[in-house]
Design a protein around this ligand. Structure first.
Ligand SMILES: [Zn+2]
Length: 222
């Protein structure tokens, strides 16, 4: 009995990991000295060069942390309810997450994210950063789902093309939440992390949450 969705743990732990990663990269990465135009508002001189925390759209992290469930729950429990009824399919494979990361790297290599070239007319600033963030958050979902317990799905299709059939009841979702201490710990930790992030970035202040949902930017400057 598995295959349920526990959003607080997924979103909270992925967000905290991404913030930690980008803060670490900002502190230790090699950054050009020259000041460039801001990636967001295009105003010259305002940007802190390479400050990745300011460049990532954290909505990609939130979606990435849940994208496996968003796809597989609908496909598995609704579309395939009469056959597989399994909420962990292609969206819960390593192949799926790594393919998203690979797309991000391909965008990076193609220069399509670079507004200073005409590789992609008009460019799409930071699409590479955000696509990689999406893929890494999706990878974190697999870890939190303890997918190593289901190697046939995790390593799909290395061990065969089919996914196991399950007998899923919607009540299982609550039963697991009420009885599985790892799931409970994940939800408590995830909830605490989300509150801590909201406090640290001032998201409870007037209009700040709406601004975050509209832009995906977290900044302590505001
Ligand atoms: Zn899942």
């Amino acid at each position: 009995m598995h295959g349920q969705m526990y959003p607080l743990g997924h979103v909270g732990i992925a967000m905290a990991s991404a913030i930690g990663l980008f803060a670490f990269l900002d502190r230790h990465g090699h950054e050009p000295k020259a000041t460039r135009a801001c990636n967001v508002c295009r105003t010259p001189g305002l940007a802190r060069p390479g400050a990745k925390m300011d460049r990532v759209d954290f909505r990609f992290v939130i979606v990435g942390s849940m994208i496996g469930d968003m796809i597989d729950k609908v496909v598995g429990h609704v579309v395939l309810a009469d056959t597989l009824d399994n909420g962990r399919l292609v969206g819960h494979t390593l192949l799926f997450s790594l393919a998203i990361v690979a797309v991000g790297l391909a965008i990076w290599a193609s220069g399509a994210h670079d507004t200073s070239t005409d590789a992609w007319p008009g460019g799409w600033p930071d699409l590479h950063v955000n696509t990689i963030a999406l893929g890494l958050a999706s990878t974190a979902h697999l870890a939190l789902d303890r997918m190593w317990l289901y190697p046939g799905t995790l390593l799909w299709p290395a061990m065969g093309w089919s996914f196991p059939a399950e007998d899923f009841q919607y009540g299982d979702w609550l039963t697991i939440l009420a009885t599985d201490p790892i799931v409970q710990a994940g939800e408590v930790v995830g909830g605490i992390l989300l509150i801590a992030i909201a406090l640290r970035y001032g998201l409870f202040r007037d209009g700040a949450m709406r601004r975050f949902l509209a832009t995906g930017r977290l900044s302590r400057a505001g």
